[in-house]
Design a protein around this ligand. Structure first.
Ligand code: TYC
Length: 101
């Protein structure tokens, strides 16, 4: 048994909460070019080429795909920036943000 097991704690243990994580989800549409979706996934979400292609194709075929998980403010900022970039070019690309269980 070590010394520290016997000493009373002077300060109450501080509870450290794990920050909640949020999923950013890419939604399919019929108009946004595939190459643009890949560009946004690489530029805003820092996915490499292969991952960006995979995520884009999954959304294209299944309707939606999880891009990544982040703390709430980061998830919302990235989703908003990606939507704005698409909107500037007239594309209806959408992302949603939802809490992880
Ligand atoms: N479905 C689009 C097309 O055929 C491409 C696309 C893929 C758009 C994934 C959005 O999340 C998306 N041009």
């Amino acid at each position: 048994m070590s010394d520290s097991d016997l000493k009373p704690r002077l300060q109450p243990r501080t509870k450290v909460e794990k920050p909640k994580l949020y999923r950013v989800i890419l939604l399919n549409d019929d108009f946004t070019p595939r190459e643009f979706v890949v560009l946004v996934l690489k530029g805003e979400f820092r996915l490499d080429e292969a991952s960006a292609e995979k995520v884009m194709m999954t959304a294209h075929q299944k309707g939606a795909c999880v891009v990544s998980v982040y703390p709430k403010d980061v998830a919302e900022t990235k989703a908003t920036r990606a939507i704005d970039a698409a909107q500037r070019l007239g594309y209806p690309l959408q992302f949603t943000v939802e809490p992880e269980e």
